[in-house]
Design a protein around this ligand. Structure first.
Ligand SMILES: O=P(O)(O)OC[C@H]1O[C@H](O)[C@H](O)[C@@H](O)[C@@H]1O
Length: 294
């Protein structure tokens, strides 16, 4: 345990640098390398040892701060989209456009590295936030919310994971079969997921919110010959998002790159609102692991 750190230089295998032109905390362990953005706090890169392709996608057209970074694992907090909000608030809350600081770090038993981070400048909110990032054979993230006040506060949240894929039209997501989803591309009407998620052929785009999901999702990508598993604790909702060609053409930081990613998000959103009691805590955890095909 190296305890509290003021600079990543205090930690073996951890240093400041940049990735995709963005300031980042770079982490190297025997099991994987990773990069965590100082702006937004999201993990921008996770590459298990012995593999070539990044698990995460960051837009080649990524805009500089203060525009939210399109890629990695953006932290949507303390609300998802603009759920439960009034007025002209930023999409997906304040954490993804905050500067984050490294609070602590240590090497864990498995030889991985665990870091604790917190966003700066969010003292005006009724909830506080910190995040654990564990880089090892798997990538684990814990989003920890505390309510220091004397009244219950309702919140929604997400790890808005952008996974790199060979072609969004040629992958599938297991773990959603039979669930009801709310389709944001169909005025939030309810539909039933039949079989695995695939990009619809007739209307190739997806903005689906699956409340009450099981928390185990598997993104199978024959093109990259790998599958990515997402295991969630403390998150009741899955979201699967890709804007499709037409919407992407109007997004400066996606454009024609829309086929290169799919977002499989670990969330509490839609009807899965979290009530954090006075003095209480809530954590959303995700574990991302990768398997290569034989
Ligand atoms: O453009 P952003 O604010 O980053 O949001 C990107 C997307 O995030 C989520 O997946 C929402 O369900 C979508 O409705 C939204 O379009």
């Amino acid at each position: 345990m190296l305890g509290f750190v003021t600079s990543p230089d205090d930690l073996d295998g951890v240093r400041f640098g940049s990735v995709h032109g963005l300031d980042a905390i770079l982490v190297a362990t025997p099991h994987a390398t990773a990069a965590i953005s100082v702006f937004g706090g999201q993990v921008l890169s996770f590459i298990p040892a012995g593999t070539a392709d990044d698990v995460l996608w960051v837009s080649p057209l990524v805009a500089p701060p203060p525009t939210a970074i399109r890629g990695g694992t953006p932290v949507c907090w303390p609300y998802f989209a603009r759920e439960g909000q009034t007025g002209d608030v930023p999409s997906h809350g304040y954490a993804r456009t905050a500067r984050w600081s490294l609070i602590a770090g240590h090497t864990i038993e498995s030889g991985g590295t665990e870091l604790e981070l917190a966003p700066e400048g969010l003292g005006h909110l009724p909830l506080t936030l910190r995040m654990t990032v564990r880089v090892g054979v798997t990538l684990e993230q814990g989003l920890h919310t505390h309510n220091p006040g004397d009244a219950t506060v309702a919140m929604t949240e997400a790890f808005h994971n952008y996974f790199r894929v060979s072609d969004v039209g040629r992958v599938r997501v297991e773990g959603l079969d039979g669930l009801t989803y709310l389709d944001k591309f169909d005025d939030l009407r309810s539909h039933t997921q039949r079989g695995d998620w695939v990009l619809p052929h007739d209307d190739p785009r997806s903005d689906r919110i699956y409340p009450g999901a099981a928390g185990h999702y598997r993104l199978v990508d024959p093109g990259l010959r790998r599958s990515i598993e997402v295991s969630v604790r403390g998150g009741q909702t899955a979201v699967v998002w890709n804007p499709g060609e037409e919407v992407a053409s109007g997004m400066a930081d996606v454009g024609h790159h829309w086929r290169g990613f799919v977002c499989v998000e670990a969330a509490n959103a839609g009807p899965d609102v979290v009530e954090v009691p006075a003095g209480g805590d809530h954590s959303l955890w995700q574990m991302i692991s990768v398997s290569a095909f034989e």
